[in-house]
Ligand binder design. Structure first.
Ligand code: IPM
Ligand code: MN
Length: 327
């Protein structure tokens, strides 16, 4: 089969980790007799510098014309003083919105071989295998009104969800749970926020369509603690946008390195694939960045956009082998 992948390597360590992911994808495709059609476009800070915008039109056009988009990372310290809508991150949020994927899958699992890196005791993390399903197109990231009014010294953002937005991502999370250990934990702050009450009520309603999956609800603050002291208790964890952003970084502690975590965003026109880590400008270009998150993200492309489960699993096995046996 032929897979058309747009590579948007972005900033910082993005290009170096993406290069390794592409090398692995090319080799796996070659061995499996598949063809990759690769295209490269700019996004983020590098696009601001060269094109005057974090998401140039030709990048978006090429993305919409692909079967998958692989993003490296965006952001850099030189853009820190820019308003949110002009920063490199705005390019990422725009491409997410335009591609339309609302379910961001972030698997986090304990790599026994990396246990030494985790501050958590091996007996706490051994066997932990969590799939975060982070809603990616709603909540505080996209809600309006939003503004920093410099005259009055007030700033505000809006956390907003519709019932349909919650239901569609919940359905994907339940379906994924059906294929795993049939356990779904929905995260909210329903003791304080109306939007979380809507979230909880909607997830509870959707649960009726999936009687074989057990559902429980956790407040986000308690969840932050439980993830660290009993990570093995969780299977699929469903969150709104910002809660998922925070908890998925936290879950890197279970894995042993933020550089290990891949993600896939599904449900829209074109799937978007990104490692969970950022652009890490402090180590960019030094040959220090861990490319395994990007390489594992490549495996997710093969699984979710190519339907190539065997090839995807082969990459994941190879990563474990490399960790075990050394480079
Ligand atoms: C992530 C990142 C992004 C996010 C940033 C770069 C906009 O932190 O993918 O987790 O907050 O979603
Ligand atoms: Mn994040």
């Amino acid at each position: 089969m032929e897979l058309k992948i747009l590579i948007t390597a972005g900033d910082g360590i993005g290009p170096e980790v993406t290069r390794e992911a592409v090398a692995v994808l090319e080799e796996v495709a070659r061995l499996g007799g598949h063809t990759l059609a690769l295209d490269y476009k700019r996004i983020g800070g590098v696009a601001i510098v060269q094109d005057g915008t974090p998401l140039p039109d030709d990048t978006l056009k090429a993305a919409l014309d692909s079967s998958a988009v692989l993003l490296g990372a965006v952001g850099g310290n030189e853009f820190n003083s820019l308003a949110p809508d002009r920063r490199p991150e705005a390019g990422l949020l725009k491409i997410r919105a335009e591609l339309g994927g609302f379910a961001n899958l972030r698997p986090a699992f304990a790599f026994q071989e990396l246990a030494v890196n985790s501050p958590l005791r091996p007996e706490v993390i051994d066997g932990a295998d969590i799939l975060f399903v982070r809603e990616l197109l709603g909540g505080l990231y996209f809600g309006t009104p939003r503004e920093w009014d410099k005259n009055t010294g007030r700033a505000w953002n809006t956390m907003v969800y519709t019932k349909d937005e919650v239901a569609r991502v919940a359905r994907i999370a339940f379906q994924l749970a059906q294929k795993r250990r049939k356990k779904l934990t929905s995260v909210d702050k329903a003791n304080v926020l109306e939007v979380s009450q809507l979230w909880r009520a909607t997830v509870t309603e959707v649960a009726k369509e999936f009687p074989d999956v057990s559902l429980d609800h956790q407040y986000v603050d308690a969840m932050a603690m439980h993830l660290m002291n009993q990570p093995r208790n969780y299977d699929v964890v469903l969150t709104e946008n910002l809660f998922g952003d925070i908890l998925s970084d936290e879950s890197a502690v279970i894995t042993g390195s933020l550089g290990m975590l891949p993600s896939a965003t599904i449900g829209g026109k074109v799937n978007l694939y990104e490692p969970v880590h950022g652009s890490a400008p402090d180590i960019a270009g030094k040959g220090l960045a861990n490319p395994l998150g990007a390489i594992l993200t490549g495996a997710l492309i093969l699984r979710h956009s190519g339907g190539l489960e065997t090839e995807a699993a082969a990459i994941e096995t190879a990563v474990r082998k490399v960790l075990k046996d050394g480079f």
